[in-house]
Design a protein around this ligand. Structure first.
Ligand SMILES: Nc1ncnc2c1ncn2[C@@H]1O[C@H](COP(=O)(O)OP(=O)(O)OP(=O)(O)O)[C@@H](O)[C@H]1O
Ligand SMILES: [Mg+2]
Length: 225
């Protein structure tokens, strides 16, 4: 479903951030991206979002080459991808409901559709009872639930998570992982993390990136990081 073929990225003012990276991710697969700081994890996620283009090689999603110069459907591509960051990126002046609704409002969906989709997403992440609250009134774990609801609203099949538990305590981290465990049944999830406790206990495929290269690509289970 998501395929990197010899993908190389050289940022204008830097060395190679990725060097001939190749992998295939199947539909509904859950994959960890791990590796030291600066390894290239976020760069991989930015390529999938078409935020940056590779210097060499290609990226295809559902047989569409998004790295091609001819690719013009960036808006449509992003409608299929939800993103969750370490630092949440929630709008402080909007309440929980509106934070989750924002992309659907921009796309012009009817209020009734927005209502039902947003409520579904909030229910999935367990924050439905706080929908009138503002971010300043919520805990970090609750804010991350809002961010995940925003990422899945409107039935997006792909979720990219960049260190989504980085600012959370261990208990809250596991609550958030329980949500990802539910989501993986119906979504393709790429989960970049430094948290070896998560990777070692919720065992899934692990792609280890180091110095812009894939060091290991390990199938579910049978490893310790
Ligand atoms: N905009 C940029 N311009 C130049 N170099 C960049 C840029 N963004 C990232 N890099 C470099 O590319 C390499 C990979 O960075 P990337 O952000 O992908 O790492 P990462 O694995 O996500 O690290 P972390 O775990 O710290 O988030 C690093 O050497 C980084 O300095
Ligand atoms: Mg990163």
């Amino acid at each position: 479903m998501i395929s990197f073929q010899n993908t190389t990225v050289k940022y204008p003012l830097g060395n190679k951030a990725l060097d001939r990276v190749s992998f295939d991710i199947e539909e509904n697969e859950f994959v960890y991206l791990v590796g030291p700081s600066g390894a290239g994890k976020t760069t991989i996620l930015k390529l999938i979002l078409n935020e940056i283009q590779p210097t060499e090689g290609s990226i295809t999603i559902d047989d569409m080459e998004i790295s091609s110069k001819k690719f013009k459907s960036v808006t449509k591509l992003r409608q299929n991808i939800g993103i969750v960051f370490q630092d949440f990126k929630i709008l402080p002046e909007a309440n929980v409901f509106e934070n989750v609704a924002v992309s659907m409002r921009i796309k012009g969906f009817s209020s009734a559709t927005i209502n039902s989709e947003v409520n579904n997403a909030l229910k999935t992440t367990g924050i439905q009872d706080k929908k009138e609250m503002f971010p300043a009134q919520l805990s970090a774990g609750e804010i991350q639930r809002v961010a995940i609801a925003r990422a899945i609203v409107g039935n997006r099949p792909i979720i990219l998570a960049d260190e989504p538990t980085g600012n959370l305590d261990p208990k809250t981290t596991w609550e958030i992982m329980r949500i990802f465990k539910f989501l993986e049944k119906t979504k393709t999830i790429i989960f970049a993390t430094h948290n070896t406790d998560i990777v070692n206990s919720m065992k899934r495929r692990v792609i280890v990136v180091q110095n812009g290269r894939i060091k290991k690509d390990m199938k579910k289970g049978g490893y310790e990081l």
